[in-house]
Design a binder for this molecule. Structure first.
Ligand code: SF4
Ligand code: SF4
Ligand code: SF4
Length: 618
């Protein structure tokens, strides 16, 4: 029916299901393969209660401000019909005639009060239920949410709906009868369900747009319309009488003038979604016994309608409404009003036949319901708590919805609390395990740090050892890059190498290929690849016979080459080689016991090397 009234924003939704619990008609489903609410338009009565229930602002209603502004700018005469609960909304405005004028400032040509439309509908209701009573009881049709409820959920009761348009539509009929059928009509209301009546009523009864009070305030702000510099102006005729009390649920029966006493009254007033559902269900289930008409308000009176900017202080708003009516009726011309009601009650357009639009969904079989019930009750050890926290009256109710595919077992709050407890316990356990793991990791990290320190100590110790040897020593990696060397090595290589050493100390990083004869390089490469224990080769470097002894320090990775000038009397290679071999063997043992090498091993190695150095110096 026109634009979508209830708008849901998946980006804001936190799947808290508060909306589902607030929806008395159960129009918000959760499909089996989803966790998000799904708004079943064919069942929704557009009451807007889910909007107030959603703390995350994920649900809103269609905003009509733009279309109203367009209407006001179109050149057409636009009439505003103000719902009587406006007195409970603008408590900040001292005199109602101020907000009437403020509405005129927006560009409305007529500003009418819906109270007169209520009076006309009340008069016709009185006629229908009192004078023409023929054993048939009625459900009022003044609340659009109730009309939708009956049409969709209790469609067999559609013939019992009072066959009259809503009070707002009745006011529209009267305005158009007075001012012509081209007048556009905007209903200003606390009612979100009213937004879904656009296009429901035709011809003179048509409502062109519905502005909530919230939207009206926003328009005042947008156009900087303030009470302070606003003059007074009264509503356009015809003025309502007790119809102004319609904002309070009992006000409708009072406006009918019917006996409203418990003993003799023929109409029971019910307010609120859940109560309304119960009333309609009992009306259907006990047709012979119920013996009452129902005046139903899906909210707790329109003064609590979701289009109010503040839903608090319902009873204070009742007082404001009554005070407003008293003020308005101070110089009331009752005879004129009566004659106006009589005249306008005759309009044919006030009558309407509502149509059933039953929402049909397949009933689940018993087996599926019992399976669903098991899923719900197993975490509670089979107990059906029937706490209603899921939004369904009983666990079976939720199970029925689960089996029907309109709910999921996870909506059971006690289950999720049981689940939460388990989750909390599990989380604590995991946290503890995590802490233990963390502490182990710290230990490992410390060991690694120690190992790193040890490695660095070892490297530094080895470097000290190498540098203190007078024999030429060079250490190379698998890429034949110099890792370390000493003065003896530089002396063997000659002046060029010594000059480079000025810039690149001990030629670290230089390529051995450019420093040593190719025959020696091939031996080193062979050693790196084959991992032999030790190789020895005599080569000529700068016309001197040099003996090169080489052995792996780390198999396949690092090779140590000791170069001796065979003409030098200073060399005492046997002892050095023996000592270095001892170092290598020690290192190999350490490699096998990594933990050890990374700890005490470094200190031990350094000590041993110092001994070697001392021995060598002797
Ligand atoms: S109330 Fe509904 S729409 Fe809002 S966050 Fe919760 S589940 Fe989502
Ligand atoms: S508008 Fe009313 S009926 Fe529709 S989903 Fe929200 S609470 Fe339910
Ligand atoms: S009770 Fe009033 S505000 Fe609420 S849905 Fe009905 S008519 Fe609208």
């Amino acid at each position: 029916m026109g634009k979508k009234v209830i708008i849901w924003d998946s980006n804001k939704c936190k799947t808290c299901y508060a909306c589902i619990r607030a929806c008395d008609v159960k129009a918000i489903h959760v499909k089996p393969n989803s966790v998000f609410p799904y708004f079943e338009e064919n069942l929704c009565v557009h009451c807007g209660h889910c909007i107030a229930a959603c703390a995350y602002g994920a649900i809103s209603c269609h905003d009509s401000k733009e279309e109203v502004k367009a209407m006001l700018n179109s050149g057409a005469k636009v009439a505003a019909i103000c719902a009587p609960s406006i007195a409970g909304e603008f408590v900040d405005i001292a005199d109602y005639r101020k907000f009437v004028k403020m509405i005129r400032y927006l560009g409305f040509y007529f500003v009418n009060e819906m109270g007169f439309g209520v009076d006309v509908i009340a008069a016709k209701y009185r006629e229908l239920t009192a004078q023409n009573f023929n054993g048939k009881y009625f459900i009022t049709s003044h609340c659009p949410a109730v009309v939708e409820l009956v049409e969709k959920k209790y469609s067999d009761l559609v013939p019992n709906l009072v066959p009259l348009v809503s009070p707002a539509a009745a006011t529209a009929v009267i305005i158009r009868k007075l001012h012509g059928r081209n007048v556009k009509v905007v209903h200003i209301s606390p009612c979100i369900a009213a937004k879904n009546t656009i296009n429901r009523y035709k011809g003179n009864a048509k409502i062109d747009a519905v502005l909530t009070f919230k939207e009206l305030r926003e328009l005042f702000d947008e156009f900087n319309i303030k009470e302070a510099y606003t003059q007074m102006s009264d509503f356009d005729a015809p003025i309502g009488y007790k119809g102004g009390l319609y904002a309070i649920a009992q006000g409708f029966v009072e406006a009918t003038g019917l006996d409203s006493s418990l003993q003799n009254g023929n109409t029971t007033t019910v307010e609120g979604g859940a109560n309304t559902l119960q009333a309609v269900a009992q009306f259907r289930d006990f047709p012979e016994l119920i013996k009452t008409n129902f005046s139903l308000f899906y909210c707790e009176g329109c003064v609590s309608g979701p289009g109010m900017s503040d839903l608090k202080n319902k009873y204070l708003k009742h007082t404001f409404t009554k005070d407003y009516i008293k003020k308005r009726l101070a110089n009331f011309e009752i005879d004129r009003w009566f004659s106006d009601v009589m005249n306008h009650s005759k309009h044919k357009e006030l009558e309407v036949q509502y149509e059933a639009e039953p929402y049909v969904i397949e009933e689940p079989d018993e087996y599926s319901v019992s399976v669903a019930l098991k899923k719900i009750t197993i975490p509670k050890k089979g107990v059906e708590l029937n706490c209603g926290a899921c939004g369904y009256e009983t666990c079976k109710g939720l199970a029925h919805a689960v089996a029907q595919g309109t709910a999921i077992p996870e909506m059971c709050i006690p289950n999720s609390q049981v689940g939460s407890r388990e989750a909390v316990i599990n989380m604590k356990r995991h946290n503890e395990e995590l802490e233990k793991t963390e502490s182990k990791l710290k230990q490992v990290e410390e060991q690694f740090n120690d190992a790193d320190v040890a490695r660095r100590s070892l490297k530094s110790a080895f470097s000290t050892f190498v540098r203190n040897l007078r024999t030429g020593v060079v250490i190379t990696d698998a890429d034949l890059k110099v890792l370390d060397s000493n003065q003896g090595f530089l002396d063997i290589l000659g002046e060029d190498a010594i000059e480079i050493h000025e810039v690149v100390p001990f030629l670290v990083g230089a390529s051995l290929k450019s420093l040593l004869p190719a025959s020696l390089i091939s031996q080193i490469t062979y050693l790196l690849q084959h991992n032999d224990e030790k190789l020895s080769k005599d080569v000529e470097i700068h016309d001197r016979l040099i003996n090169a002894s080489m052995f792996p320090l780390i198999p396949n990775q690092i090779v140590c080459i000791i170069l001796r000038n065979l003409h030098s009397s200073e060399e005492r290679p046997e002892e050095i080689i023996d000592r270095i071999t001892e170092v290598i063997e020690e290192n190999l043992r350490q490699v096998q016991q990594i933990g050890f090498i990374l700890g005490e091993g470094a200190a031990k190695t350094e000590k041993m090397m110092n001994t070697i150095i001392e021995t060598y110096k002797k």
